[in-house]
Design a protein around this ligand. Structure first.
Ligand code: AMP
Length: 279
């Protein structure tokens, strides 16, 4: 496995790959790789022979006071995991090599980015879209794989690719969960044993919502209220939002139907977790 640490070297590799006609897949991550990330790599390999994994804790998607400094970093372990998956190239740049000191151009989306996580993290998606646009230009992938775990992010990236004509196919992989249902996340490492138990409320409340939909509930307001009540039963859990939206436009819906996205975010202790399900 090749490890590349500078943007210039990454782009040179990508240009050579293009000239030789190989198809390239990209899996962008912030590292601390778990089975969720590995599932994206395996999915990329179903489509292409060469996969680039990027590991970059992107400063522009963190607000002051968020967890940029304490975000888990374990590059050596991650590199071993990528090598074991047969990854062609690991792109692990330094922040200073990705953003010029006077960087001043950002990708900003004006509709889908405003609700859900964008309500609490108003600058977050501008940082995400900017870094993903940069990664697309550096790696020039044919396919890029993202996780449904970050459903709003996936919808925004599809929208950016459509609206700005990036020549890349976006693939979105299902959420990988722990055996007890907790969605895998690098941030689960922050949870104490008691918080880890409380965090199960997120996936359980969504499973309960799926059952309610299955038994005929169509009123989104009462479904959201039931999810909120289930979440608030845990003393450590504070709800950020519970939303029922169209999976593509992220527009709120009041009458449930199949294909609707139920998304939620909650603080478990100090840790903000997200989860979702598509009906
Ligand atoms: P992150 O490193 O958290 O920025 O995530 C990198 C990519 O992995 C994103 O596309 C995430 O949606 C995806 N991802 C993170 N956790 C999971 C999971 N549990 N299942 C599937 N994909 C995931």
């Amino acid at each position: 496995m090749l490890t590349i640490q500078t943007s210039e070297a990454m782009q040179a590799w990508a240009q050579a790959a293009r000239r030789s006609g190989i198809r390239v897949g990209l899996v962008p991550t912030m590292g601390a790789l778990h089975e969720g990330h590995l599932s994206l790599i395996r999915r990329a390999f179903e489509r292409v022979d060469h996969v680039v994994v990027s590991i970059f804790v992107n400063p522009t998607q963190f607000a002051p006071g968020e967890d940029l400094d304490r975000y888990p970093r374990q590059l050596a372990v991650d590199a071993e995991r990528c090598a074991a998956e047969g990854v062609t190239c690991l792109f692990a740049p330094e922040a200073t090599g990705v953003y010029a000191a006077d960087h001043s151009v950002y990708v900003e989306e004006s509709v889908l980015s405003k609700g859900l996580c964008g309500g609490t993290r108003p600058e977050h998606f501008r940082g995400v879209l900017t870094v993903v646009a940069k990664l697309f230009n550096l790696v020039q992938p044919d396919v890029a794989v993202f996780g449904q775990k970050d459903a709003q992010q996936a919808a925004l990236i599809r929208r950016m690719v459509r609206d700005l004509d990036f020549p890349v196919e976006i693939d979105v992989a299902p959420i990988v969960r722990e055996p007890d249902g907790l969605a895998m996340s690098s941030r689960n490492a922050y949870l104490s044993v008691a918080e880890r138990q409380s965090a199960l409320g997120l996936s359980r409340s969504l499973q309960e919502a799926v059952r309610a939909f299955g038994s005929g509930v169509r009123d989104a307001t009462s479904l959201r209220a039931a999810i909120a009540a289930a979440l608030e039963a845990s003393p450590d859990v504070r709800i950020d939002y519970v939303a029922t939206v169209d999976a593509e436009s992220l527009a709120p819906v009041e009458t449930l139907r199949s294909g609707i996205l139920i998304a939620l975010a909650a603080y478990v202790g100090r840790t903000r977790l997200i989860d979702n399900v598509v009906l």
